[in-house]
Structures are given as C-alpha cells and as structure tokens.
Design a protein around this ligand. Sequence first.
Ligand code: LLP
Length: 419
Amino acid sequence: MDHFHYQDGELFAEEVPLAAIAAEHGTPLYVYSRATLERHWHAFDRALEGHPHRICYAVKANGNLGVLSVLARLGSGFDIVSVGELERVLAAGGDPAKVVFSGVGKREEEMRRALEVGIHCFNVESEAELERLDRVAGEIGTRARISLRVNPDVDARTHPYISTGLKENKFGISMERAPEAYARAADLAHLEVVGVDCHIGSQLTDVTPFVDALERVIGLVDRLKSDGIRLRHLDMGGGLGVRYRDETPPEPIVHAAALRNLLEDRAHRDLEIILEPGRAIVANAGVLLTRVEYLKHTDHKNFAIVDAAMNDLLRPSLYGAWQAILPLRPRTDLPLTLYDVVGPVCETGDFLGKERELALAEGDLLAVRSAGAYGFTMSSNYNARPRAAEVLVDGTATHLVRRRERVAELFAGESLPPA
Ligand code: LLP
C-alpha cells in the first residue's frame, strides 16, 4: 500500500496534488511520500517483533538525505557499499553503530573511515578482504567486527543482472570454503567474528529461495559452533520484490514468518536477524514526474517525447523493466492511443515505457510509478543533462530535498589544458 491516489480527477501524493508540485519545482522531478516510507519500514520492523532483529535499509536504493533522515528517525540501521553512502548516512543523522558495510571491493580508506566512526559490522566478501581489514584495523589500533558473506548457491529466479547468490556470481565466499575462512578470521587479532550474511538477489517474488538460502546458512552456523565459533547475528540481505505491474511478492510479514520458522528452536532463537531491504521500502514510495514535450505520429508508431530520459531513470533501458505511467490529470477529451514514451537522449534504448495506452496532448504531465528505488541513485549526466530535483511530501507539506542540478555544476570540476 502506498499514498499515491487519484482524487477529484488528479493524482495526489498524500494530500498534495502532484501537478502543483510539478508547477512549483519543474520536471523531471522525483517525488517521495514520507508516510509510505514509514509504513514500509514499519512493516519490516513489526514482522520481526519478538525476535532480536535490526532493519538495515540498503542505501543504494535511494540515498537522498531526506529519505535517509526519515528512516534514521524511525531508528533504522543502514546497509552501505561505499564511503560515499556512509557519509550520506552520517549527514542524514543516521547512527554509525547501526551500519553494516557490504560490497566486494572495499578500499583501505573506506575501511579506515568506517572503523573511525564505529560501524556495527563489515560484511566481508573474500579471504583477501579479511587480511586487509585486519591490517587496517591493526594500524589504527582497533578491532573490526565482521561477518562473512557466503554464497549459498541458490537460484533467486530474477533478472540475471540482479541475481547474486549463484556460484558463478562475483559475490561472497562459497559454502565449501566458508569454515576455513571463518577459522582464519578467528585467528586474526584485529577482527571479531560476529555474524554471517548473504544476499541472493533483488526483486524476488517468492519466499522459497530465501528459505533455501537460510537452511544452508543455518547449516553453516551449526558447523561453526562445533568448531568453536559462535555467531551473534544472521544477515539475510535484501531482495524482497515489489509490485510493478502484476507481480505478487510476499508481504514482509510472510517473508519474516518463513525465516522465523527456521529459527524458532532453542539453538537459534537468540541469533539476531538483520535484513537489508531497499526496494521494498522505497520503490513504491516514489514517482518520477515528467512533461510531454512533443507528440510524434509515424506510420508505425506514436511517440510521446517527454522531458525525462534514461539518464533520469535507467531501469527500463537497462533491464527492460516495466513501470506504470499515469497521467496526473486523466483526460476524457482525447482518445486513448498507444504511445511509446521516450526521452530526448540520443539512444534507441532511451524509453520509459512502450505501448502504453494514454490520452495525451503536448504539455501534459505524467508520473512514472515505483520510481523511488534505483531511480535517482542510478541517474547520470549523460547528454550533459543536469540531474532531476527531489521533493519529499509529508501530509500537506512538501520539502525540496534536493534542488535541480545546474548546467554549470556539470563541468565545475573540469579545466582547459594549457594552450
Ligand atoms: N544488500 C545487498 C548486499 C545488496 O547487494 C542489495 C542490492 C540489497 C541489500 C538491497 O536489495 P533490494 O532489497 O533493494 O532488492 N539496480 C537494480 C537492483 C540492484 C540491487 C543490488 N543489490 C534494479 O533497479 O532493479
């Protein structure tokens, strides 16, 4: 459930008509709903009530400071993959003690900064990273809490680009090597082994792969226990899918129940569960607003050329993702026509949606739904296009949480070579 709805013939975010926000801030424009963010975060938190747990929102899905601060105020933890994301969390008032640091390529200076601010845990992805982290922690005279990201080799049955838990993927350490890697970690003086983690993919619409992965991870936890290594937490990553069109992903409560079911017995009851949801919290809490610049009718197709493009929202171009496109003020004075909704970027792959039935005139406003996750964060300046502005709606109030980028900012860091 989200807080975008039609009322009196126009699309609203909470209590504000989206057309009014577009009139004030221009397009392309991302608009997020605070009530939706909070509702989705609470759904995860409540689903694990009664079992020790922590929700570490995956910053990569949407790292806007306004979004992060809403979640930080709920007491959320954060899953980061770079020092840039760490600085965002800190700037938004997030608690470093609730941060987990994932990613296959952590640089030394990133480790140093994360240790300095005292993050909760490093999700280590290779044996080489263990050695490096031990050295860096030793240099600054501290101990790093670690979990090993294991690769449970389960098929997440999602798009191959966002499937991460198969043997052939670059992520994590194989189940076979894990006990040895843990033994090494336990031997290193500047590491403290606290957990295990896995993340098998994104946009999962079925609980079975999560359950399969957890069964394998529990097997490892038990094996480590008999080797004398006791873990305190088990991080199952993110990956719960959302409805873009007609998908029926499990609700957080169903997902959590399936996991809890496997952890109910005495031996595992005290293991803290960490989840790293990104998409399921923000995707349907955001829309991308865009204006129709031109309509172009050819013998083969009708095009609606809009002012947002693949540089603003890459998912349709990169994954062939389908996201709903809705008029802010549905018309009854024009016939419904099949349009390809395309941007101004010079690539045939620059489209937001294909064959959408819409009644349109030049200047009309559209909303691309489910754009809160992996929308702005994957945007670029391709074709020297400044990045969109972002607005957070809170009841009847709107807050500009990122102003539109200016053209001069695009080359502010560049310089001319000497003559
Ligand atoms: N934890 C780790 C270690 C991850 O790699 C990811 C996502 C998450 C958590 C959050 O997963 P989520 O709950 O959002 O599914 N750009 C793609 C999605 C890439 C996901 C990468 N990792 C898309 O737009 O579909």
